[in-house]
Ligand binder design. Structure first.
Ligand code: F6P
Length: 584
């Protein structure tokens, strides 16, 4: 049994050969790096090797026994970020005190503090793109200083915040009128990836704080169905589009923005309508101007903000319109409080370091857990797992280290999830009784959001607590038999337990706590990137598909049959598609 108390088939010290190994697994190809061998390989650190040896011991222990041996474990293996309302209980992870000490040693050897300080100091830690990583400046108070090449960026950040507040205020109050003089009732965000997932997640999460008379929609997919469904029942005269694109060159966003422009101009029969119905968020003034949006209606962002770290920049304009400038400020304050905690709390009480290192333990040492299930016990957080997918996987889905050398271990795990309790009636079965080890993040709130029933909230939270308990302790064969289950059926009823989970318990879902929660994950991702010695801030992997799609689109549109440049499978698929497609 791979997960229960009996020894697993794989020893953590020697991971098995993976059948679906990535291209760089196994014998590394010739070093592609411009700077080979500059930094130490994480897996050859003595601290890493010590964890490998130690994992062999922990693999044969069960959480039942670990808890039995220490009655105070549940109140000891937890930590709180003061001023954020966030408390984590990591006692139901398969760790001992020694594990935590060894993980902290690895964190220290990886110089997390030094790397963190370099990020906060505006150093160009995104080395492959030669860029600083300063999303922490987006939520800094006006009095703070974040220097980039000797220039404090905080005043620019606050100037954009002021501009956002003015615009948001005008939409919320009805002062901003459409081209035909009507009040704006619909706000549509057009963007994709980081220019969509943060805004849509925050809107859903903070719906209870939103101005309910306004309708908010989000268009991301180049599938025309997304645009059609978002606009089919709306009046363009009452609709404002926020075109969010850091680069303002993203195919999906520009295609949808063009569709929106055509819709507005054609329906309103006035090309000048663009001025009242379109604003842009971008770092590319030239392209915004070319598209036809007045630069006065553009909200700036900067190349030192990565797309997936941008929801607290002007990319959050729809969020600010929805929840109001004061609540948006509270959201930023929440992010900032977690930044301060990350910066100042000692490693063993530092939530991002703890969560980051536990992730390393589960991924690299404890049976090589391949995924993490994010299970928010709040329906408002239904888009949170999708948001985290980009944050974690675009950041840490990397196969080479900072020197361009293939990594010798697993990097970013697969993030997925659904709100509890819905997931309980679907995929939890596999987590409880399947053969895979799936660490879970259980996220819950002590108080319900205004308007929802406190009694139902108790029930919701009872389920969260029950799941953590069931995952950790399971149900033994003896217990099953004592319940009177016939012996032939008994094995089917056994839950091995020993499934790790971390419970994140937050006081209440508010703009502030949401900010802190997101920053917690941002920094945990950073911590893992540092330990793995990878660049968590580039995303070259998404480029290849984009490049190929451009050529393929041209080929589909062309009526002339020619020799295909594709492999035989792709060529045959395109040919068949061309036969049955509906030409535009
Ligand atoms: O998919 C790659 C990506 O660059 C993401 O990192 C980014 O969030 C998204 O595309 C959107 O980019 P942009 O804001 O430039 O349109």
């Amino acid at each position: 049994m791979p997960i229960g108390s009996t020894p697993p088939p794989r020893t953590p010290a020697t991971p098995p050969a993976r059948p679906s190994a990535p291209p760089t697994a196994g014998k590394p190809p010739a070093a592609p790096s411009a700077r080979p061998g500059k930094s130490i390989r994480p897996a050859s650190r003595p601290e890493w090797l010590a964890l490998k040896t130690h994992a062999g011991k922990v693999a044969t222990t069960h959480l039942r026994d670990i808890f039995k041996a220490d009655e105070r474990r549940g109140s000891r293996l937890c930590a709180e970020a003061l001023g954020t309302g966030i408390y984590i209980d990591y006692s139901k992870n398969r760790v001992t005190d020694e594990t935590m000490q060894l993980l902290m040693k690895l964190a220290a050897a990886s110089e997390i503090g030094k790397h963190r300080d370099a990020m906060f100091a505006g150093q160009k830690i995104n080395t492959t793109e030669d860029r600083a990583v300063l999303h922490v400046a987006l939520r800094a108070p006006r009095s703070a200083m974040f220097n980039l090449d000797g220039r404090n960026v905080v005043p620019e950040v606050h100037a954009v915040l002021e501009q956002m507040m003015t615009f948001a205020g005008k939409i919320r109050s009805g002062e901003w009128r459409g081209n035909s003089g009507r009040r704006i009732r619909n706000v549509i965000n057009i963007g994709i990836g980081g220019s969509d997932l943060g805004p849509v997640m925050a809107y859903e999460a903070l719906k209870a704080f939103s101005q309910r008379e306004l309708t908010f929609r989000f268009i991301s997919n180049v599938d025309g169905a997304d645009f059609h469904e978002a606009t089919r029942d709306l009046d363009p005269g009452e609709t404002v589009f926020i075109v969010c694109s850091k680069t303002f060159t993203t195919l999906e966003t520009l295609t949808n923005a063009q569709a929106a422009k055509d819709w507005v101009v054609t329906t309103m029969r006035d090309p000048k309508a663009v001025a009242k119905h379109f604003v842009a968020v971008s770092s590319n003034l030239e392209e915004v101007r070319k598209f036809g949006i007045d630069p006065a209606n553009m909200f700036a962002m900067w190349d030192w903000v990565g797309g997936r770290y941008s929801m607290d920049s002007a990319i959050g304009l729809s969020t600010m319109i929805a929840i109001g400038p004061e609540n948006f400020r509270a959201l930023l304050a929440g992010f900032h409080a977690m930044d301060n905690h990350f910066r100042t709390a000692p490693p063993e009480r530092n939530l991002p370091i703890l969560m980051g290192m536990l992730g390393i333990w589960n991924t690299n040492f404890l049976f090589g857990a391949e995924t993490v299930a994010v299970l928010p016990y709040s329906n408002y957080l239904k888009r949170f797992p999708a948001y985290l997918q980009q944050l974690t996987m675009e950041s840490n889905g990397k196969h080479v280290d900072l020197d361009g050398m293939p990594v010798a271990f697993e990097t970013g795990p697969i993030y997925w999830g659904e709100p509890g309790t819905n997931g309980q009636h679907s995929f939890y079965q596999l987590i409880h009784q399947g053969t895979r080890l799936i660490p879970c993040d259980l996220i819950g709130f002590c108080q319900p959001v205004e308007g929802s029933s406190p009694a139902q909230h108790d029930l919701l939270m009872a389920n969260l607590f029950a799941q953590g308990e069931a995952l950790a302790f399971g149900k033994t064969l003896e217990q099953v038999i004592a319940e009177g289950v016939p012996s032939a059926l008994a094995p089917h009823h056994v839950c091995q337990g020993n499934r790790p989970s971390t419970t994140i318990l937050v006081e209440k879902l508010t703009p502030q706590t949401l900010g802190s929660l997101i920053a917690l994950y941002e920094h945990a991702v950073f911590v893992r990137g540092v330990v793995w010695n990878i660049d968590s801030f580039d995303q070259f992997g998404v480029e290849l598909g984009k490049q190929l799609a451009k050529g393929t689109a041209a080929e589909i549109a062309s009526s002339k049959p020619g020799k295909s440049a594709h492999d035989s499978s792709t060529a045959a698929l395109i040919k068949r598609y061309q036969r049955f497609r509906k030409a535009p």
